[in-house]
Design a protein around this ligand. Structure first.
Ligand code: FES
Length: 132
């Protein structure tokens, strides 16, 4: 019997999820379970991390975006990222996380997702200074 193998496409693998970062627009496909911080690093996205992903520094904060994104050709469902884990809950309890924020080192990709990197999580963010 001849087995017909699916034709591999450079940009898609059914088992992988599409991750789009804004504002950079960098995108790539990653196996389910990939931490957002790891995806960002692999794509060269400017996302800070000081504690090495231990859930202490909170520099890796990201804001997942949900809904339809025709511009990116993606629909993001509520379960696109893993549920809050104990590390995030602890951080939120002690230091507080802004509404809608996740820790990029803890949240894992579970489906196609659009991830916004807020200015304070960008290492090379432009700092606007008021004129003296
Ligand atoms: S990298 Fe430090 S909390 Fe995520």
């Amino acid at each position: 019997m001849t087995r017909v193998l699916p034709v591999p496409s450079p940009d898609s693998d059914a088992a992988d999820a599409l991750v789009v970062f804004t504002p950079s627009g960098k995108r790539g496909r990653f196996p389910l379970g990939t931490p957002v911080l790891q995806a960002a690093r692999q794509l060269g996205v400017d996302l800070d991390s000081v504690c090495g992903g231990r859930g202490i520094c909170s520099k890796c904060q990201i804001t997942p975006q949900f809904g339809e994104f025709p511009k990116h050709g993606v629909t993001v469902t509520e379960d696109a990222l893993s549920a809050w884990n104990a590390v995030e809950e602890r951080y939120d309890r002690i230091r507080g996380l802004k509404e809608g924020r996740r820790l990029g080192c803890q949240a894992k990709v579970e489906g196609d997702v659009v991830i916004d990197v807020p200015p304070e999580s960008q290492v090379h963010r432009q700092v606007v200074r008021k004129a003296a």
